[in-house]
Ligand binder design. Structure first.
Ligand SMILES: NC(=O)C1=CN([C@@H]2O[C@H](COP(=O)(O)OP(=O)(O)OC[C@H]3O[C@@H](n4cnc5c(N)ncnc54)[C@H](OP(=O)(O)O)[C@@H]3O)[C@@H](O)[C@H]2O)C=CC1
Ligand SMILES: O=C([O-])CC(=O)C(=O)O
Length: 254
């Protein structure tokens, strides 16, 4: 694993408890080395693993992803927003024998949208992500907008634009925009709105799709992680589901 934060610590604890048959934790890479099973290089991690889970952020994927894939090890990417950098995405795809697995993360419905994509074209795909104001304040924002977020007493639309820009503007909070885009209409065609809402006690991702196959609306409302309020707590379990599916004798929703 790369990362031992809100996501990584849960994934590691469940693996250590032996709850994912056929899979055990081989080691953890972080910058600080502050984790159980700490390893000190990506080479040591890849050597010890059949699959590496990246749950550490855009910079971590950029720094370590290519070495993992180059050593023939599969890479399960949680910081999917880093793939808005086409050069990095191409490097990862061409680096070696390891497969690139993009985690569904905090999102759902990608199975059905993948089927819809095979059935015919999409007419429109949109995402509206809503989180509490405090977790959406970013240094690039206009001072007046930041002041409104800090006051936290009103709903503010903080971003409108394509998924590529959304995932870059909020690297720790809107990776899901890149995931949905890569699963459907691409990074420049998916329309994204990001909303700060002081009443948002749950993280909301509203996915709206019009396609040849049908019309879909997924309203996902996730409880935030107590360790990191930017992150939906279910994200760690989304990673665990993917690990479980690799060796399970039966998969529902395959
Ligand atoms: N696809 C999705 O739905 C979602 C994606 N995410 C992505 O997952 C990432 C992790 O989320 P979360 O667990 O909540 O974050 P946390 O901040 O709780 O944890 C981050 C972990 O990564 C480590 N880390 C940070 N930078 C590096 C690096 N360059 N190399 C190695 N390790 C590093 C940190 O340790 P140390 O500081 O010691 O290095 C820490 O252990 C987010 O930044 C976001 O990009 C998050 C939520 C949902
Ligand atoms: O956890 C979530 O709901 C989404 C998130 O942070 C991300 O996509 O980066």
């Amino acid at each position: 694993m790369i990362g031992y934060g809100a996501i990584g610590a849960i994934v590691h604890a469940v693996l250590r408890a032996g709850e994912v048959p056929g899979t055990e934790a081989a080691g953890i890479l972080t910058r600080s080395g502050d984790s159980p099973q700490a390893l000190d290089s990506v080479e040591a991690l890849a050597e010890a693993s059949d699959l590496v889970v990246e749950a550490a952020g855009h910079d971590a994927l950029r720094a370590h992803g290519p070495a993992v894939v180059a050593s023939g090890v599969d890479l399960l990417v949680v910081s999917v927003g880093a793939l808005t950098d086409d050069a990095l995405h191409d490097r990862l795809r061409g680096a070696g024998q390891g497969r690139l697995l993009l985690s569904a993360g905090a999102l759902g419905g990608l199975d059905l949208l993948g089927a819809a994509r095979l059935a015919g074209p999409f007419e429109r795909v949109a995402l509206r992500t809503t989180k509490p104001p405090a977790v959406l304040a970013r240094p690039w924002m206009d001072e007046r907008v930041r002041a409104r977020l800090e006051r936290g007493d009103e709903r503010v639309v903080v971003f409108g634009g394509p998924a590529r820009e959304a995932a870059r503007a909020f690297p720790e909070s809107v990776n899901v925009a890149a995931t949905l885009a890569l699963a459907t209409v691409g990074l420049d065609a998916l329309e994204v709105e990001v909303v700060a809402d002081p009443d948002a006690d749950l993280v909301e991702h509203l996915v709206t799709v019009e396609a040849a196959a049908g019309a879909y609306e997924f309203r996902i409302r996730n409880r935030p992680s107590p360790e990191n309020p930017r992150t939906s707590a279910v994200t760690a379990y989304s990673v665990l589901r993917a690990l479980q599916a690799r060796h399970a004798p039966e998969v529902v929703g395959a």
